[in-house]
Design a protein around this ligand. Structure first.
Ligand code: UDP
Length: 359
């Protein structure tokens, strides 16, 4: 079986890290990196640390409007698909890279396998929701990470092409999150220099368009960190670096530690050792859950409802007092509740593809 896999963003590298090697044990995989994330610490570092095979093609496409980025990627991916003539296209998640690759393949009748199918926020102003829905509807094999994802597929008449395989992010967390010890994590501050990691800290990521496209929301989120009882480590996405630096300076927010993005081994280690988590990332919400850490998600929708059970993850508006109030709510953790699978979803993904080819 010959598979073309398309990745482009940080969470996709993490998923490919657990699937690619397994796939390559018996099959040929051609890896395309669209270039959506391109800084060393958003891309190459992941390939190095997680030993992801080198991309066969690097399209070098990033930035611009959603349509510009998606359009350029479609043209470039179509070229590669025409040359490589794979049996399947494999895509992960919900980025513009996912959508562009899926649309390009669908039009030239290459079957598509979508990992993380069925995830829904039901919020059509969330750009990733459009990517998820469109990708699912043109895919031939829809692999859901959770039961709620599978149920969403049923509602949209897609479940005949769907299988529940579990969450490859969970596989990755099990495999990699203990590789580093907190003493080995080096944080590069945005304002230069390094920092010693405090004994107690909150861990935060915040980069969604919804929270970072103007000063107001990000300023409120940063204000919340001032009100917490420990410092907050916040690796800042390149998209909102300037804004974060400006707001910290303007309002004198001193309890937040703004750092460059960290690698996945570092991030997973920071999750495990944190007090609690504040985020707007789909991946980090789940990692907080895997690690049993209380999480507040600063969004008005949830993609992973399983994380909300027992108040383990709560939604908040970008209002400092609300974030702090919710982060202080007690959570109830039931260690037998394992909605993200058994840590072997990568095997199930490969088996599902093999089953389709042998049909
Ligand atoms: N992450 C990372 N370094 C960072 C911040 C986050 O490795 O500086 C990891 C995080 O642990 C999670 C993933 O990136 O595994 C989430 O990616 P992102 O927030 O970019 O995307 P989303 O999950 O929202 O799709």
């Amino acid at each position: 079986m010959k598979i073309v896999t398309v990745v482009g963003a940080r969470p996709q590298f993490i998923k490919a890290a657990v699937v690619s090697h397994l796939l390559r044990e018996k099959h040929e995989e051609i890896l395309i990196h669209t270039g959506q994330h391109f800084d060393y610490n958003m891309s190459e570092q992941f390939f190095e640390e997680l030993d992801i095979p080198n991309p066969d093609y690097n399209l070098g496409i990033s930035g611009g409007s959603h349509a510009q980025m998606t359009g350029k990627m479609m043209i470039a991916v179509e070229d590669v698909l025409g040359k490589e003539k794979p049996d399947w296209l494999l895509v992960y998640g919900d980025t513009n890279s996912t959508l562009a690759a899926a649309l390009a393949a669908a039009k030239i009748h290459i079957p598509i396998c979508h990992v993380e199918a069925g995830a829904r926020t039901h919020c059509m102003t969330n750009p990733e929701e459009i990517n998820r829905i469109c990708t699912d509807h043109v895919s031939s094999l829809l692999l859901a990470s959770t039961q709620s994802g599978y149920d969403e597929m049923k509602k949209e008449g897609l479940s005949k092409r769907g299988i529940l395989v579990g969450d490859p992010m969970y596989d990755a967390f099990i495999k990699y999150s203990s590789r580093l010890q907190i003493k080995d994590v080096v944080l590069h501050m945005l304002y230069g220099g390094h920092i010693t990691i405090p004994d107690e800290y909150y861990y935060m990521t915040c980069h969604r368009e919804e929270n970072t496209s103007d000063d107001k929301d990000l300023a409120e989120i940063l204000k919340a960190t001032e009100l917490l009882d420990a410092p907050t480590i916040y690796p800042v996405h390149p998209r909102n670096k300037q804004r974060a630096l400006k707001l910290r300076e303007k309002y004198g927010f001193n309890k937040v530690i703004l750092t460059e993005p960290v690698g996945y081994l570092e991030s997973a280690c920071l999750v495990r050792n944190s007090k609690k988590i504040i985020t707007d990332s789909g991946g980090l919400q789940r990692e907080a859950f895997y690690a049993g850490k209380k999480c507040v998600t600063v969004l008005d929708f949830v993609c992973w409802p399983e994380t909300m059970v027992g108040k383990r993850n709560e939604l908040s508006r970008p209002i400092a007092e609300e974030i702090v109030d919710k982060i202080n709510h007690k959570q109830t953790v039931d260690n037998h509740y394992l909605p993200f699978g058994d840590g072997h979803s990568a095997e199930k993904i490969v088996m599902a593809l093999e089953h389709e080819v042998n049909k």
